[in-house]
Design a protein around this ligand. Structure first.
Ligand code: MG
Ligand code: MG
Length: 268
């Protein structure tokens, strides 16, 4: 798609439905995250859950991607392929999920901890979530796209000394998973298109504990940090609105599931 497509109220409700199903899928998966579980099992849980809700996994088959979830462990940034790798205490996993229902996509990602993680990783996760929120805070009518990008980059790089991945960016979303405009996590204030009511975008900071540079793994999909240090990734699908952006996906149900999961697991 080469043009920006602003959504009607009815279309936004359909994107909300898809986005909320993504969130519920991530919450379902969250209940199964523990040491010893392999990432392919999490993928199957997600696929079953999505199909049980009369929807299709948005990533499965997209540019020939082989699975329903992108699961990126530790130094993997995004686009990780689920495998027989068994999670271990102290890992972090970014789980990115897309859903296609009623001809519209929803897209959201959350980085989970496997048991206890180090204090420096905990801070990386906290700051990456702050970056996402600061970006969303700029997604209001009259601001420019670069205001979102700048807010994310400034908080990650200038305030916290982390690396911001340049090669992968957020995006418009609707009838296609990736639409115009691109939403980079770096940029200049006051630059780029003026944000208008009804623009639906996925904002998704990918923040590295070390340097920003990434490599493509041999599997042809996984993007990982060049220096091997961990990377975090959080994503929401949001609508540009006057005064305050509207968030269509949600983390609350995921957080409740994470909490329940920890309470049920005595080893945690
Ligand atoms: Mg995503
Ligand atoms: Mg996305």
């Amino acid at each position: 798609m080469s043009m920006i497509y602003y959504k009607t109220a009815a279309e936004i409700e359909l994107i909300r439905e898809s986005s909320l199903l993504v969130s519920k899928t991530l919450a379902e998966v969250a209940g199964h995250i523990r040491p010893g579980v392999d990432t392919l099992k999490l993928d199957k849980i997600a696929e079953t859950f999505i199909r049980d809700h009369n929807a299709e996994p948005g990533f499965l088959g997209y540019r020939d991607f082989p699975n329903s979830l992108c699961i990126s462990v530790n130094e993997a940034v995004v686009h990780g392929i689920p495998t027989d790798y068994e999670l271990k205490e102290g890992d972090i996993i970014s789980i990115d999920c897309g859903v296609y229902k009623n001809e519209f996509y929803g897209d959201s990602a959350y980085t989970f901890c496997v048991g206890e993680v180090s204090a420096e990783i905990e801070k990386l996760l906290k700051v990456t979530r702050e970056c996402l929120q600061l970006g969303i805070d700029q997604a209001v009518v009259g601001h420019r796209l670069g205001d979102i990008s700048f807010a994310i980059q400034y908080h990650a790089e200038k305030v916290n000394g982390y690396g911001v991945v340049r090669e992968l960016v957020g995006h418009g979303i609707g009838k296609s998973l990736h639409e115009k405009p691109e939403v980079p996590n770096f940029g200049k204030r006051g630059r780029g298109i003026k944000l208008q009511d009804g623009l639906v975008i996925a904002i998704e900071p990918m923040i590295n504990l070390g340097k920003r540079n990434v490599i493509q793994a041999e599997d042809g999909w996984t993007i990982a940090t060049r220096d091997g240090k961990p990377s975090a990734h959080f994503e929401h699908t949001v609508v540009v609105r006057p005064g305050k952006a509207e968030i269509l996906s949600e983390f609350e149900c995921i957080e409740e599931a994470v909490k329940r999961n920890m309470e049920l697991s005595p080893s945690y």
